[in-house]
Write a protein that binds this ligand. Structure first.
Ligand SMILES: C[S@@+](CC[C@H](N)C(=O)[O-])C[C@H]1O[C@@H](n2cnc3c(N)ncnc32)[C@H](O)[C@@H]1O
Length: 246
C-alpha cells in the first residue's frame, strides 16, 4: 500500500504559529546559514532565487538581501502570513501554491533553494522537475537539510511503531535518500557539500512536550492523543520442571 494513498502534501498550517519557536535556527545561526548558501551557489546581487516550501522565511529572510529578488511558494497560508509578518525590507515575492506546479515561467531563476520539503510531497519528483523547469540552464539548486543527533529517536520510533503504514511520514522522499536523490535524478553535483555545525541546548522536559503536542510533522498522522490506539499485549506463561536431581 502506498504510504499516503490520498497523495496529499503535508502542509504546515497547524504549526505556523509555533514554527519559528520550534524549528528556527538558534540565535545567530540563520545569517551564517545564509552566507553558506550564498557562497555555495554562489548568490550575487543579480541573482533571482526561488524557494519551494518557503514557510515562514527561516532561510529566505537572511538570504534574500544577497540577491536581486527572492520568490517563494508554500501551500500553507498561515506560514506565509508569518513570513509577511517577519519580513522587513527583504524583497520576497510570496505565492500560495503547490511546488508541483510553480507559478513562474520556465528559465527564470539563477538559483533554487529547498529545505525539508520533499519528504512532505508524495509527488516530490514532480516538484523537483518543476524547479528544473524554472531554473535557467546554468542555474543551480541548493538542497539544504539539518541532521539532528538521535536524542528524540527512541520516542519517535516507539510512537511510529504503533502506526499503520498509511499513516507514516515521510509521504514523499525518504530521509535516507536526502543526499542521493538529486544525483539519482540526474542532477550534477557542483563541488563538495558545504556544512555548518553548531550546538545548542534543549530542556529535556520541553522535548517530552514536543512529542505530547505533536509538534513534529512526523507525528501529525498519529491518532489524536485523546483517541485510543489498538494495542496488543501478549501474556506469556512458560512451564518448566526443575533440573533433574542426580
Ligand atoms: C518543514 S517546512 C520548511 C519551511 C522552510 N523551507 C524552512 O526551511 O523553514 C515545509 C514547508 O513546505 C510546505 N509544503 C509542503 N508541501 C508543499 C507543497 N506541495 N507545495 C508547497 N509547499 C509545501 C509546508 O506548508 C511547509 O511550510
Amino acid at each position: 500500500m502506498p504510504a499516503n494513498p490520498d497523495r496529499r502534501s503535508i502542509a504546515f498550517d497547524r504549526i505556523a504559529h509555533r514554527y519559528d519557536e520550534t524549528r528556527g535556527f538558534p540565535p545567530g545561526i540563520a545569517p551564517q546559514a545564509a552566507a553558506l548558501i550564498r557562497d555555495a551557489a554562489p548568490i550575487t546581487p543579480t541573482s533571482r532565487i526561488v524557494e519551494s516550501g518557503i514557510g515562514t522565511g527561516r532561510i529566505a529572510l537572511s538570504l534574500a538581501p544577497y540577491a536581486r529578488a527572492y520568490f517563494g511558494v508554500d501551500l500553507a497560508r498561515p506560514m506565509l502570513d508569518r513570513l509577511r509578518a517577519n519580513r522587513t525590507a527583504e524583497r520576497i515575492h510570496i505565492a500560495e501554491g503547490n511546488a508541483v506546479c510553480l507559478p513562474y515561467p520556465s528559465n527564470t531563476f539563477d538559483a533554487a533553494v529547498v529545505a525539508h520539503i520533499f519528504h512532505l510531497i508524495p509527488d516530490w519528483s514532480d516538484a523537483l522537475a518543476e524547479l528544473g523547469r524554472v531554473l535557467k540552464p546554468d542555474g543551480v539548486l541548493v538542497n539544504t537539510w539539518i541532521e539532528h543527533d538521535d536524542v528524540m529517536k527512541p520516542i519517535y520510533d516507539a510512537l511510529h511503531a504503533e502506526l499503520p503504514d498509511e499513516k507514516r511520514l515521510p509521504v514523499g522522499l525518504q530521509w535516507d535518500d536526502r543526499s542521493t536523490f538529486l544525483p539519482d535524478a540526474g542532477w550534477r553535483p557542483v563541488g563538495e557539500p558545504h556544512t555548518l555545525a553548531y550546538t545548542f541546548q534543549r530542556i529535556p522536559a520541553s522535548m517530552i512536550g514536543f512529542v505530547e503536542q505533536r509538534t513534529s510533522s512526523s507525528l501529525w498522522r498519529v491518532s489524536d492523543p485523546a483517541q485510543p490506539i489498538t494495542h496488543q499485549e501478549t501474556f506469556h506463561a512458560a512451564v518448566f520442571r526443575p533440573p533433574a536431581v542426580s
